[in-house]
Ligand binder design. Sequence first.
Ligand SMILES: NC(=O)c1ncn([C@@H]2O[C@H](COP(=O)(O)O)[C@@H](O)[C@H]2O)c1NC=O
Length: 509
Amino acid sequence: MKTALISVYKKEGIVDFVKELTELGWSIVSTGGTYKHLLDNGIDVTDITEITKFPEILDGRVKTLHPKVYGGILYRRDVEEHSKTIKEQNIDSIDMVVNTLYPFEETINDINSTHEQLIEKIDIGGPSMIRAAAKNYKDVIVVTSISDYDFVLKELKEKGDLSLENKRILAGKAFGVTAQYDALISNYFNNQNKLDFPENITFTYRLKQSLRYGENPHQNAAYYEKIYEAPKEKGEIIQLHGKELSYNNLNDLYGAVKMVKEFEEPTAVAVKHNNPCGIATGENIYEAFKKAFEADEVSIFGGIISLNRKVDVKTANLLSQIFLEIVVAPEYDNEAFNILSKKKNIRILQIENLNTMELVKQETKDVLHGVLLQDRDNKLLRDKLEFVTNRKPTDEELEELLFAWKAVKYVNSNGVVISKNKQTLAIGQGEVRRHWAVEKAVKRSIKDLKGAVLASDGFFFGDTVEELNKAGVKAIIQPGGSVKDSEVIELANKYDIAVVFTGMRHFKH
Ligand SMILES: NC(=O)c1ncn([C@@H]2O[C@H](COP(=O)(O)O)[C@@H](O)[C@H]2O)c1NC=O
């Protein structure tokens, strides 16, 4: 007779599963709470303490950590010596381990959890028995997920045993479960120890969505969600309407959300290929979107719109006139939603706490032989602005400069933004020469640039000032710090342009 060791934190589905196992002739051994649960449900089950002849001690910290258990799981059935030892030591075979671990992840995600509670939710016996069974997968079936109960039963009923391939698949999954579990614990400790760049990084992700394809149709792709260490406020994306999100949608969505979160006033951002093509702030969300749309009425086609206020009917009417991939906002008026959802191809997303949710602290990027890890660019300015020209910006100009500066932070380098009335009039991005970005922006501008301001993600030289003066730009914000700063300041003084240094650049490669 084969024996299954059942030790599950989550009791859901376990009674039905075990009932069927017993009908198939398996005998059942179980730990304290699981034992009681099975017994209460009329199942013939043996308490593990009868096997170990040792009580559960230390508030459950030690239940199954015993050679009688591990010998029963780990002995190799094809090695004579092992079978002999098992017999001599009077150890019974354990041929299946069914386990769900203490809920460390759920506990860490509950912001009310204390350190002590978390420590007690670190399962020791569970991962050990999972790993032992998975190591000996040829002879021991390891089940670590409730969703596998049905498939295991089906195969046992049909074939009397699981195929070697399926046992190996379950073992792989089991090692994934324990690795992810330990990764979370490690992240938690690193967090507690304020180690942002530890010797080993063990971020862990879970499959969220398989994707039809990647950046291009010939590339396979999937979306994995990062399992956070302790998010204070996580922005849950609720898709209210439309087709599944694609790889490019998800990539652009992240940019669109980051951009709109930079602004407190009602703001709309239009994103195309992860670059803004229109950003505007207004008295209300309609005005903001109208201005963002008018900033570049062509590029917005097929773009993503992020808005930081509830979408009303007027805004929805305007949105619905454009072909858009995605609209994301914290809320929608019922009627506004009805208007938008008439469009078959639009994806309507809601992130309820868009304005207050926390974004990841660090971001990664794949590079040759590894990954780069850095703090997200979550700052805007060094503590103080430096007013370096004879003419200082007026209050109005300064406000406009800060608007443009927030926008340029999200433009691919070399990037510049020209704005007026809290509306981007021209964006120059992704140029290998800054001067080209400026030239391009000036040429592309939707309106006369007289009195406009410019933000540049990095410092520049005199030729740029000449160009901007010709265009009518009256104020500039940039990091400063170039050997040519004095040349820039001199020219700006000559043309009565106000220049502000931020002391902080915002390259985006
Ligand atoms: N310490 C041990 O020996 C031990 N053995 C099994 N567990 C865990 O105890 C839980 C089941 O406990 P119970 O059957 O008492 O409800 C499972 O999540 C299992 O992973 C243990 N608990 C913690 O480490």
